[in-house]
Design a binder for this molecule. Structure first.
Ligand code: FAD
Length: 296
């Protein structure tokens, strides 16, 4: 099913995210992750794409398995940073042949160890969106893209980042998913400014439950995401106690989602990170909020 249909209307939606494991042992267990995430009955599940296309086959395989075995709509991420137009066309055709009609079109991070862009390669995600739309059957795809409530790290001016986002949306984007953020006011300001800039597609709020402090500090450093003092305090106090940090991270994400929904932000995307147990706790905490009247 196309996500644009799921995101139309004003009901609350919840989606989860998986990544294809790189190691053999984790790959062996991936079906448990798929099964347990699907059992949460999210509106859809997205599957990430390894840097530089390193997981392209596995992304496709997991997305197809989610749809065929578990009957959950899948969103396949696709990056273009190390790809040519022909490679993108081939990957889009493989996705189409596997019945995947939802693609998150991304540039990907610029490789540190190779010249960029090489001749014939894409430079920005808006070029990928245009390319996907121009392929045979491209107009029927549901295409999403990334957005950055605190601005993308490479772009020194927020207004310019918003102009670039507008260009990307105008190339044919149906919805946006945000980078993780930990201060809801940041998202509210972003939504206001995006709307004023004429960006009217649905925006999915990306919520990252903070379970590992070391990992999250690194991700924040790389992405420029700010950890507000309240979360800093929680991380300082509980970061060395995995059980306490898991509980605190779940509580923080639960509160964030509750506040978002109370303010009319209806589309919640949980960065599940192959931890369906964590997503399950959050969704259980908010069961009646996420699915009023039992989800009828
Ligand atoms: P773009 O939209 O191309 O933006 C990149 C930068 O270029 C920004 O600073 C922007 O302002 C600027 N820019 C954009 N267009 C133009 C233009 N036409 N002219 C001048 N400047 C421009 N990475 C992965 O490798 N795999 C994944 O699966 C993955 N999933 C993600 C999911 C989400 C929801 C998010 C938020 C990020 C994800 N990423 C993933 C990370 C992403 O690839 C990086 O953040 C990357 O650096 C930017 O990708 P983009 O598609 O947002 O790029």
């Amino acid at each position: 099913m196309k996500l644009s249909h799921i995101l139309a209307g004003d009901r609350v939606t919840v989606s989860c995210e998986l990544f294809p494991p790189k190691t053999g042992a984790a790959w062996e267990r991936v079906d448990d992750v798929l099964r347990d995430t699907a059992a949460l009955r999210p509106d859809f599940i997205s599957v990430t794409y390894g840097a530089g296309g390193s997981t392209s086959k596995r992304t496709l395989e997991l997305a197809a398995r989610l749809q065929d075995t578990y009957r959950v709509p899948a969103l396949a991420h696709l990056t273009c940073v190390s790809a040519t137009r022909e490679e993108v066309a081939r990957r889009a055709e493989e996705l189409r042949a596997a019945g995947i009609e939802n693609i998150l079109a991304l540039r990907g991070d610029i490789p540190q160890d190779a010249p960029f862009p090489r001749a014939g390669q894409f430079r920005y995600a808006n070029e990928l969106v245009s390319c996907l739309r121009s392929l045979p059957g491209g107009e029927a795809l549901c295409i999403g893209a990334a957005c950055y409530p605190e601005g993308h790290v490479e772009c020194p001016h927020f207004a310019a980042d918003l102009d670039n986002l507008k260009r990307k949306v105008d190339a044919g984007v149906d919805f946006l998913t945000t980078q993780m953020f930990f201060d809801n006011d940041v998202l509210y300001r972003f939504l206001f400014r995006a709307l004023r800039r004429g960006i009217t597609v649905p925006v999915l709020a990306g919520i990252m439950p903070v379970i590992s402090v070391r990992q999250i500090r690194r991700s924040c450093e790389l992405s420029g995401t700010v950890m507000p003092p309240r979360l800093q305090g929680i991380a300082d106090r509980f970061g060395d106690d995995p059980a306490a940090m898991r509980q605190a991270g779940i509580a923080y994400a639960t509160e964030q989602i509750l506040d978002l929904i109370a303010h009319g932000v209806n589309h919640i995307h949980i960065y599940t990170m192959n931890r369906p147990d964590v997503a399950a706790k959050i969704m259980d905490n908010l069961s009646a909020v996420l699915r009023p009247n039992g989800g009828d």
